[in-house]
Design a protein around this ligand. Structure first.
Ligand SMILES: [Zn+2]
Length: 365
């Protein structure tokens, strides 16, 4: 592992000298990047951890405008189905969850540069303007006045006597919530909400406006500014094997129907959390039966002719400028990660759903 100080010096040198351009020669196809939100200022990184700073985001987009070509998801899909050459210089910009700053900060910037982008929204959070469970867990663990909290739903207590212990507790509860069936995730969030008085929540909610989701008017406004609106489940439900088949189908069908009623055709999907462990065989079958054109994971890789469009790779847009440029320039290196993950995942899914992957090799629709 290269020490951080040397890496910080080496990355800009390799970028400016053109060394990173050589890595790009190995690229085989477009890259789909994913962000969450963009904020001018981060007050508490433990709470606002999914957002990229505006200054960094502007530099990243300027880099992409200089060196790449940003295309829409429809353009990418068109290339795949028409058998056109997949261009490694092509980049697709996506944003997960549907934060309000996608309208206030992201959309005006991207519109001013005429760049298309896609927002994957969790429709219940949009309809109810309800924040995500992770927000309630983090805030309760970091801001509750108690020095210990007991959770009935998981029969576990957490020591909150120091800041470090609070951070560890929040991460541990979030890890549990992400692996749990949806009702347990909701119960954990509810227990966290009960830890603070309503006035305290009002104060903290105002401090952390970055965590506020858009409403449907906001969604339609981003759409008019160049966004494609796509599904990220109804309740941001992580579609692993703990969710019932009925729940998985409900998540996809309700979110698709809501987007089509309130905004426009819903042709694309992003799996919440999106690692190989977060996608069951049932989820894959449900995405296929809902007739999404493409569904995206968070497994790293480029879009190559042999990728499975219903579990397509994406690359997280790292919040550091030099690390971001390096990762984008070396995206071909990530293809092995996608291939290996897909192979492991296919063996798991094949056991779950023997028919699902019968036509997955080279499938593009
Ligand atoms: Zn998400």
């Amino acid at each position: 592992m290269i020490p951080a100080t040397i890496r910080r010096l080496a990355l800009p040198v390799s970028r400016i000298s053109g060394v990173q351009r050589l890595f790009r020669l190995r690229s085989r196809g477009p890259t789909v990047l994913f962000y969450h939100g963009v904020e001018e200022k981060i007050v508490d990184p433990e709470i606002q951890w999914v957002h990229t700073l505006l200054g960094v985001f502007e530099r990243q987009i300027a880099f992409l405008r200089r060196q790449r070509e940003v295309i829409s998801l429809d353009d990418l899909y068109e290339c795949l189905v028409s058998g056109k050459r997949l261009e490694p210089r092509h980049i697709v910009l996506t944003f997960d969850d549907g934060y309000k700053n996608n309208l206030g900060i992201v959309a005006p910037l991207l519109q001013s540069w005429n760049l298309p982008f896609t927002i994957f929204v969790s429709t219940r959070h949009i309809s109810e303007r309800r924040r995500f469970p992770w927000y309630f867990i983090r805030v309760a663990m970091l801001y509750a006045e108690k020095r210990q909290i007991h959770f009935e739903s998981i029969q576990k207590s957490f020591d909150l006597s120091t800041h470090e212990k609070r951070v560890t507790a929040a991460r541990s509860i979030i890890a549990t919530a992400k692996k749990a069936p949806l009702n347990l995730t909701e119960n954990l969030a509810k227990e966290c909400m009960d830890q603070l008085a309503p006035e305290r929540w009002a104060e903290l909610n105002a401090r952390f406006m970055s965590e506020e989701p858009m409403d449907w008017d906001d969604v339609r406004r981003t759409q008019s500014m160049g966004a494609t609106i796509a599904s990220h489940c109804h309740d941001h439900c992580i579609l692993h094997s703990k969710q019932s088949e009925q729940e998985v189908y409900r998540q996809l069908n309700e979110s698709k129907a809501a987007i089509e009623k309130k905004a426009a055709d819903c042709k694309y999907f992003a799996y919440p959390n999106g690692t190989a462990d977060d996608i069951s065989g049932v989820a894959y079958a449900a995405v296929k039966s809902a007739q999404f054109r493409m569904a995206f994971t968070t497994v790293r890789g480029e879009i190559t002719p042999d990728c499975d469009c219903l579990v397509a790779p994406r690359i997280f847009a790292l919040p550091d400028y030099e690390e971001f440029c390096y990762l984008v320039n070396r995206s071909s290196r990530q293809n092995e990660i996608y291939r290996t993950t897909r192979w492991q995942w296919q063996s798991k899914v094949s056991a779950d759903q023997p028919m699902v992957l019968a036509n997955s090799e080279g499938e593009t629709s």
